[in-house]
Design a protein around this ligand. Structure first.
Ligand SMILES: Nc1ncnc2c1ncn2[C@@H]1O[C@H](COP(=O)(O)OP(=O)(O)O)[C@@H](O)[C@H]1O
Ligand SMILES: [Mg+2]
Length: 248
C-alpha cells in the first residue's frame, strides 16, 4: 500500500530530518508512530499523504512509484487517503455538520445517507449538539474531533492522523482510537502519530518509533493487564458506529 526504501528527507539545504527509512504499510494494518517532538513524525506522515517528497530513496503509494508518477496522478492517490492534520484545517465558513459532510458531497454520495452517516458519527464523537455551529466557536478538542470525523467519514484506504488526541482528555482519546480501530476493522490501513505513550500502551498495535531521524519498528508495548488483549480491544471497538463501505 505504502512502501519506503532507503528514503531520506531534508528541508532545503538543512540536514536530513529522516534517514534510511524502510517501511511497508500493509492494507488493513494499524500502527502507532511515536517519537519525541521534532523527531520527524509529521514529516513522515507528509511523505505518505504526498505533501512532501523524498530527497532520496524510493517510495511507492498504492502501487505507484513516485519517481515515475506524473503530477496529474497525485490527486487520485490523495483522494484515497484521509488525513487528520495537527492544526485541524477546518473550513470556518461551513458548519460542523457541513465540514464533515463535505467529502461525501464532493464524492456525489446520496444526501439522505450523507445526513444519517454524518449525524451518527458526530454523535459518536460527542458533538451531536453542535452540528450547526461554526468551528471557530468550538474548543481545540472539539475542533480536533470534527477534523477526525471529516477524515474518517469517507472510509479512505489509508488514514493518517497527526497527534489526533493532542487536545482531548484521556477518556476521549481512548474513544477516538477506538473509532480508528473500527475503521481499521472495515479494511482501512491506519497510522496514528502520537507522543502519548500511555495511550499507546492501552492498545495492542505495532509501534513505529522515530529516534534521531531513524525509524525503529518495534513490537507492541508490554500491556499492563487483560484489558489490553487484542480480543478485548476489538470487542470494545465494535461499539463504535459502523463505518460502512460505499457498497454497504
Ligand atoms: N517546513 C520545514 N522547514 C524546515 N524544517 C522543518 C520543516 N518542517 C519540519 N522541519 C524540521 O524537521 C524536523 C522534524 O519535524 P517534524 O516532522 O515536524 O517532527 P515531529 O512531528 O515529530 O515533531 C524538526 O527538526 C523540524 O524543525
Ligand atoms: Mg508533528
Amino acid at each position: 500500500m505504502v512502501r519506503f526504501e532507503n528514503v531520506g528527507v531534508r528541508y532545503g539545504v538543512g540536514p536530513e530530518v529522516l534517514r534510511d527509512i524502510n517501511l511497508h504499510i500493509a492494507p488493513g494494518s494499524f500502527q502507532f508512530l511515536t517519537g519525541a517532538s521534532g523527531a520527524g513524525k509529521s514529516s513522515l506522515l507528509k511523505l505518505m499523504y504526498l505533501a512532501l517528497f523524498p530527497s532520496r530513496g524510493r517510495m511507492e503509494v498504492f502501487g505507484q512509484d513516485l519517481a515515475t508518477a506524473h503530477r496529474r496522478d497525485l490527486p487520485a492517490l490523495r483522494r484515497r487517503i484521509g488525513v487528520v492534520f495537527q492544526d485541524f484545517r477546518l473550513l470556518q465558513n461551513l458548519s460542523v455538520f457541513d465540514n464533515v459532510a463535505l467529502p461525501l458531497r464532493l464524492a456525489g454520495e446520496d444526501e439522505k445517507r450523507t445526513r444519517n452517516n454524518v449525524s451518527e458519527l458526530l454523535d459518536w464523537v460527542g458533538l451531536g449538539a453542535r452540528l450547526e455551529d461554526s468551528p471557530d466557536t468550538l474548543s481545540g478538542g472539539e475542533q480536533q474531533r470534527v477534523a477526525i470525523a471529516r477524515a474518517v467519514i469517507s472510509k479512505p484506504n489509508l488514514l493518517l492522523a497527526d497527534e489526533p488526541t493532542g487536545n482531548v482528555d484521556d477518556r476521549i482519546a481512548y474513544r477516538l482510537v477506538r473509532l480508528f480501530e473500527e475503521l481499521h476493522r472495515s479494511g482501512t490501513a491506519v497510522v496514528v502519530a502520537t507522543h502519548n505513550d500511555a495511550l499507546v500502551r492501552r492498545f495492542s498495535h505495532p509501534v513505529l518509533t522515530l529516534t534521531d531521524s531513524i525509524l525503529h519498528p518495534s513490537i507492541a508495548p508490554a500491556s499492563n493487564g487483560a484489558s489490553n488483549s487484542a480480543g478485548q480491544a476489538k470487542a470494545k471497538a465494535a461499539e463504535a458506529p459502523a463505518v460502512r463501505r460505499k457498497s454497504g
